[in-house]
Design a protein. Structure first.
Length: 376
């Protein structure tokens, strides 16, 4: 296996005792690369601010552990997405404690898409689970990626709703990306990895710990344009996600419920504190449309920068048979994902990704009610 020295250096930094994501990011920013940061730690200990244990690890790491990390990363659909990469999600740059790197199983480019977070109670009611599936399906059909935490209850139902609609979904987890928690979601995790992405900021093999989940929640809130809470008690971790989303300037939505349902109290508190009382998915879609358009414009500007050649021009894409079929299926009359799937034979999840790239290139534009139209 050919070793990428910068990837190896990243694994050293992320596993160094007491370093963590924040310090790793600061070291790389100062040194210019992870490899340079490790070299600096070896040669100029006093300049790094690292403790003796971290310096000892960087100087003489557990080579078996590092080899296992690199072997995992060498496998198909396993990625280490670094903040220095051009396709690192820009929406994470402005959140508290922005991550230095993310381990991803699946498609890392999905993190650039417009996302809606759906979170809620683990011990959800049957109606709450049904609501999560229904809202997730509606959002997915409108072209939004469903992001959640793969926990029991509302999280799992939201992921399943997106997958039921043949759409992508993103699970941000509080363990290493090679572990599944809870174990009952083994099949769900496999489907998410195949049709979406599983994301973690923790080194491989990291078990579930209580303190990881509030940290995980900041990534969920940071990746998404808005957060929808469906059933939450007054002590629910979902309220942390909602609070973080609000502090980041993102939209917060909450479904009301019966005054006799303890799982409605968290949502009612959010509504009293300024969250949008939500009854239909369309309300959320319309509220997030300006933010989705702004995200698309920002990404388009980045892609059009002269030094960035990560995406070919739309004209070049017309030579790809799938893109040619999609563009042929679009005209000035807006069409939804279901209509486009019927016209092209492509899955909605594939279409959603393709439409994003075409939107960034100025070839298509979103219309009302989750529909799309061709511009050129």
């Amino acid at each position: 296996m050919q070793i990428d020295q910068d990837i190896r250096a990243w694994t050293l930094l992320l596993r160094a005792p007491g370093v963590g994501q924040g310090a790793a990011r600061a070291l790389v920013e100062r040194a210019g690369s992870a490899h340079a940061a490790c070299e600096q730690a070896r040669r100029a200990h006093h300049e790094t601010g690292l403790n003796a244990e971290a310096l000892a690890w960087i100087g003489a790491p557990d080579e078996a552990r590092i080899a296992a990390d690199l072997e995992w990363l060498s496998q198909s659909a396993h990625h280490l997405l670094r903040f220095t990469d051009p396709d690192f999600p820009p929406q994470l740059a402005s959140i508290p404690q922005p991550p230095a790197a993310l381990f991803v199983v699946g498609d890392p480019h999905l993190l650039l898409h417009a996302q809606i977070a759906i979170v809620g109670a683990r011990a959800a009611s049957a109606q709450g689970l049904a609501n999560a599936r229904e809202f997730a399906r509606a959002f997915a059909r409108a072209g939004l990626i469903i992001t959640s935490g793969m926990a029991d209850g509302i999280d799992g139902a939201a992921h399943a709703g997106a997958l039921d609609a043949d759409a992508a979904t993103i699970a941000v987890i509080g363990t290493g990306a090679d572990l599944i928690y809870p174990r009952k979601h083994r099949e769900l995790a496999a489907r998410i990895a195949e049709h979406g992405a599983i994301v973690s900021e923790y080194p491989l093999g990291t078990p579930a710990r209580a303190e990881h989940f509030p940290q995980r929640n900041r990534l969920i809130a940071g990746l998404a344009l808005g957060t929808l809470v469906i059933e939450a008690g007054l002590q629910s971790g979902s309220l942390i996600t909602a609070r973080l989303a609000g502090e980041m300037g993102r939209e917060v939505f909450a479904l009301p419920g019966s005054i006799h349902n303890p799982l409605a109290r968290g949502c009612h508190r959010l509504i009293r504190d300024g969250a949008r009382l939500t009854e239909t998915a369309q309300e959320v879609i319309e509220a997030l449309a300006p933010a989705a358009q702004a995200l698309g414009a920002d990404l388009r500007a980045r892609l059009e920068a002269p030094a960035n050649s990560t995406v070919s021009p739309a004209a070049d894409r017309q030579h790809d048979p799938d893109y040619a079929r999609l563009l042929s299926a679009l005209d000035e009359t807006p069409a939804g994902l279901d209509e486009l799937a019927a016209r092209t034979g492509l899955k909605p999840a594939e279409l959603s990704s393709m439409l994003l790239l075409l939107e960034l290139e100025g070839a298509v534009a979103p219309a009302v009610n989750g529909r799309w139209q061709r511009l050129s």
